[in-house]
Design a protein around this ligand. Structure first.
Ligand SMILES: Nc1ncnc2c1ncn2[C@@H]1O[C@H](COP(=O)(O)OP(=O)(O)OP(=O)(O)O)[C@@H](O)[C@H]1O
Length: 329
């Protein structure tokens, strides 16, 4: 079956703006190399229809960049993203317009993405009207339907965002996304700013919407407990690369990559007999100059000389379980 989204060998480099040192050197007539951030490095991943794929990894590993590439907000430097088997180049401008609308992103901080001067019905209805998902005479009923779906009482449709709690504001963002009738949501740390009890409510809303509307999700989070709760499959990223990918139960029970094992040990558990808290030793290296070979080798307790030289391939190590580590050879 054709995947909903197929990411093929995607690389994304950013030219980072020069810092003070570079600017002073430039003024002195010295040439400095333009610093390049390697945000994504040859990433391949498929997301099937109706699936929830969790993307985890420490800050700066490229999770948001991957989400933004899939949402069509930024273009990859190399590689392709296929939507139902087609790249943007394979589509007519009209098809590309539909394909972009079908993938909606839900961000971490709903407040910053909601216009404080617009009322909820304007926020939820604007894009739906613009893209002919409803008509002006039907708008009120249409907005009410989206609000109900997102767990908001439509009687609040004339209020402003500041009159809602953080969790409710996130629900407004979700209602706005649903209003353009997407079939895929990319949730980028969408519950990170909420209290734990509210987080659970919003996660359950995502799962309900998945059942109701057959939505596909890419769920980006640094929080493994959240990802374990919501995902069918999980991809673990480290410095721009996927280092492991497996079904959620398999990944949590049998992590094969030393980085995944270290991340799992980081989950603080109430039941401390199961997993102890222990931080991963060493700093995350800079994406401006990632380590050679396996990016994780400077922090890996099992590193061998080969790991500093040769990039390990992400390959099958079990049924639908892939890992990029020389230890698995
Ligand atoms: N527009 C940009 N210009 C320059 N560098 C960027 C840009 N966007 C992201 N980066 C860099 O790319 C790398 C990956 O960033 P990204 O936001 O994708 O990581 P992340 O895993 O989502 O981290 P976080 O959870 O902190 O957002 C980082 O080093 C970041 O500084």
């Amino acid at each position: 079956m054709t995947p909903r989204v197929e990411i093929r060998h995607v690389t994304k480099r950013f030219n980072r703006k020069s810092g003070l040192v570079e600017r002073l050197a430039e003024r002195a007539g010295l040439k400095t190399p333009n610093p390049v951030v390697h945000a994504l490095d040859d990433v391949s991943l498929s997301v099937n229809n109706g699936e929830v794929v969790g993307i985890v990894g420490e800050s700066g590993c490229g999770k948001s960049t991957l989400g933004r590439v899939v949402a069509g907000i930024i273009e990859p430097s190399e590689g392709d993203v296929l939507y139902h088997g087609k790249t943007w180049q394979d589509m007519s401008p009209q098809q590309a317009g539909h394909a972009r609308l079908a993938v909606q992103m839900i961000f971490q901080d709903p407040s910053s993405s909601l216009n404080p001067r617009h009322r909820v019905d304007e926020i939820v209805g604007a894009a739906a009207l613009r893209h002919d998902k409803t008509t002006r005479p039907d708008l009120q009923a249409y907005v009410a339907e989206q609000m109900r779906r997102a767990g908001l009482d439509p009687v609040m449709s004339r209020r402003f965002p500041h009159q809602f709690s953080g969790g409710q504001r996130q629900r407004i963002g979700i209602a706005r996304a649903l209003a353009v009738q997407p079939d895929m949501l990319i949730c980028d740390e969408s519950v990170a700013s909420l209290d734990v009890s509210i987080q659970a409510q919003i996660l359950n809303l995502f799962l309900d919407l998945r059942r109701e509307l057959n939505l596909t999700y890419m769920f980006i989070s640094h929080d493994l407990a959240v990802v374990e709760h919501i995902s069918d499959r999980v991809a673990v990223m480290y410095l721009g690369r996927i280092v492991e990918e497996a079904a959620v139960a398999d990944l949590f029970a049998h992590p094969a990559h030393p980085y995944t094992r270290a991340l799992l040990q980081e989950i603080p558990r109430l039941d401390t007999t199961r997993r102890q808290y222990s931080a991963i030793s060493g700093e995350i290296p800079s994406p401006l100059a990632p380590p050679s070979g396996c990016h994780f080798h400077p922090r890996c307790p099992f590193a061998m000389p080969r790991c500093a030289i040769e990039r390990p391939k992400l390959r099958e190590i079990g049924s639908a379980h892939r890992a990029a580590c020389h230890l698995n050879d």
